[in-house]
Design a protein around this ligand. Structure first.
Ligand SMILES: [Zn+2]
Length: 105
């Protein structure tokens, strides 16, 4: 999955199309993410220790990672990412880079 926690993403489909938001949580095994302020669902909850009165709570629902585009923190553009090989101390590892500006972000 291309998306990481704390990325800013552009929403490509659904009611929130065109919105931008910060990724709060990723679920790599499901390819789903939670984006701040996007895809609110209402949940009816019972009173609990955290929420004395209970009632209706609005909460972000997970959305599929294919419905968003990562916004590059270097150039500010919605972009795809490519894998980039880095060599450090003789060891090879991979990171991601923006396809538009080529920067690692
Ligand atoms: Zn970029």
């Amino acid at each position: 999955m291309q998306v990481r926690r704390d990325d800013t993403v552009l929403i490509l489909s659904g009611n929130d199309r065109g919105k931008r938001g910060r990724v709060l949580k990723v679920f790599p095994e499901k390819d789903r993410i939670i984006v701040e302020g996007v895809s609110f669902i209402k949940r009816h909850t019972r009173p609990s220790a955290q929420n004395q009165s209970g009632g209706i709570v609005e909460k972000e629902a997970p959305i599929h990672a294919s419905n968003v585009m990562v916004i590059c923190s270097k150039c500010g553009e919605p972009t795809r990412v490519k894998r980039r090989e880095l060599k450090e101390e003789g060891r090879r590892h991979y990171t991601r880079a923006c396809v538009k500006c080529g920067e690692v972000f």
